[in-house]
Write a protein that binds this ligand. Structure first.
Ligand code: HEC
Ligand code: HEC
Length: 415
């Protein structure tokens, strides 16, 4: 990840500086954030292996946060046959969108513990094509190839989700609910139906604004991070203290018991601090091409959802400054092409949180692909998938002259 100081935050560098006693302030990052980078990079292993922290599993999908949140995540590289860790998760939810599966939990886990507990199953991506305008564009559909703990059953549904670069994502937490209500009212006058996904916060049990995840179903970094520890790595914390052990309960709960919770509250807080501190470098849109790209973006109506006026205040370094997020944090019906059949709280199958375009440049430059399942290889493909509430913006884009399309795209690439 790149900080606003333009440095790649690289754990090995930090270790090196610790070993060589080079003072850490040269990175100009707060100490908690540095601890957060370390926790974000920590490799989790099954006890009692010696090459990482103990506590992974018994079921898991990766060994560390960075496995899925490297900037260059891309499902086109997905190859389930070689057993490599990949950034694609098969999310599982019951039909009412409120909970996971009684035996498989919130996602299909591709790793168990060799010789002791089989993985939950496996899946591959089957690529299909859809014609939009003159173009054929590809999208993945999941094919489950193995299920070790019985059928999923008819009351559940699945959805492909791609882990991705998290630069600037932490800033979503500071957006004020009242600002969102004003945006909703303004969108209503334009015939749009933006909505807040109100969710029950699993930590404080209150109803909160959903902010994180592609359907905005997690209210806070604390929740999203501790849930990721549990669901992706099988690492327990004070917030999610049970391993996802519904499958083969008796074997599962006995395994992997190192006594007590596996990741500390301090480390979860430190990761939250780190995610609040990683920001996209401010880029200059003040030159003429930047201005022109932005004005085409606005004239096409992209900013009705990808707001150029929704700012977060960043206070993590010496100076306080505002950062434009290019989202409205709201759910929108994006039409049948993006319908994944899965509900999350108030988000319906065709509803998605407006993707925050802030940080997208970093994601694209390192080879990442776009949309919730990474189906779009280019900005133009991502736009082509915009239907439902976004169809008129898409059609406005399609009517632009080629050189104006290029200006709009390069504006986005610089975010
Ligand atoms: C196996 C892959 C995988 C691993 C490992 C993983 N994540 Fe994720 N992460 C995802 C996916 C997929 C999503 C999108 C989830 C959704 O839409 O429900 C996500 C979403 C997130 C988000 C919200 C992003 C947004 O746009 O709102 C944060 C923050 C996050 N993860 C942090 C973490 C942290 C911290 C860890 C380590 C404890 C971690 N993740 C480990 C795959 C992973
Ligand atoms: C009605 C609201 C709305 C409008 C208008 C809209 N978008 Fe989007 N946009 C979304 C949503 C929601 C997503 C996320 C969809 C998903 O992940 O499947 C998205 C995703 C994207 C992405 C992919 C981002 C990523 O990180 O994966 C790009 C690029 C994008 N939009 C560009 C545009 C452009 C350019 C326009 C104007 C031509 C536009 N959008 C108009 C709601 C909107």
């Amino acid at each position: 990840m790149t900080t606003r100081f333009g440095q790649k935050l690289n754990l090995s560098k930090i270790f090196l500086s610790l070993v060589l006693f080079i003072p850490l302030w040269i990175y100009s990052e707060p100490a908690t954030a540095i601890k957060g980078i370390e926790a974000f990079n920590t490799r989790w292993v099954v006890p009692f292996l010696s090459n990482g922290s103990w506590g992974r599993g018994p079921h898991s999908n990766a060994e560390s946060c960075v496995d899925c949140h490297n900037a260059g995540t891309n499902p086109y590289m997905f190859d389930s046959s070689n057993g490599k860790i990949n950034p694609i998760v098969l999310k599982i939810r019951n039909l009412n969108g409120k909970s996971g599966h009684p035996r498989y939990g919130n996602e299909l886990s591709l790793f168990g513990i060799t010789g002791k507990l089989p993985r939950e199953g496996a899946f591959t991506l089957h690529w299909k094509k859809k014609k939009i305008g003159q173009q054929f564009i590809r999208f993945p559909s999941p094919q489950i190839t193995e299920l070790r703990f019985g059928e999923l059953g008819r009351s559940t549904t699945t959805s492909i989700r791609m882990g991705r670069d998290l630069t600037s994502i932490g800033l979503l937490e500071s957006v004020d609910e009242n600002q969102l209500k004003l945006i909703i009212a303004e969108q209503k006058t334009l015939g749009l139906n933006g909505r807040i996904n109100y969710v029950i916060d699993p930590i404080n049990k209150k109803t909160e604004v959903g902010r994180f995840g592609y359907k905005a179903s997690s209210p806070s970094l604390l929740d999203q991070i501790s849930k990721a520890f549990r669901d992706e790595l099988g690492v327990t914390s004070i917030f999610y203290s049970d391993n996802p052990c519904a499958a083969k309960q008796e074997i599962c709960t006995g395994l992997n018991n190192v006594g007590g919770l596996e990741v500390s509250e301090d480390n979860i807080n430190a990761i939250a601090e780190f995610l609040r501190a990683t920001e996209t470098l401010p880029r200059d849109h003040k030159n003429e091409t930047g201005h022109m790209g932005k004005s085409h973006f606005e004239m096409a109506g992209c900013n009705v959802c990808h707001r150029t006026d929704l700012n977060a205040t960043s206070t993590n370094s010496e100076d306080t400054h505002t950062v434009t997020l290019y989202t409205d944090l709201l759910l929108h019906d994006m039409g049948s092409g993006l319908n994944d059949g899965l509900k999350e709280f108030q988000a319906q199958p065709e509803d998605w949180r407006t993707a925050p375009l802030i940080g997208i440049g970093e994601h694209l430059r390192s080879g990442g692909s776009l949309l919730h399942d990474g189906r779009a290889k280019t900005i133009e493909e991502a736009i082509l998938w915009h239907e439902g509430e976004a169809i008129s913006a898409r059609d406005n884009y399609l009517l632009l002259k080629p050189e104006h399309k290029t200006l709009l795209q390069s504006f986005i690439k610089n975010l």
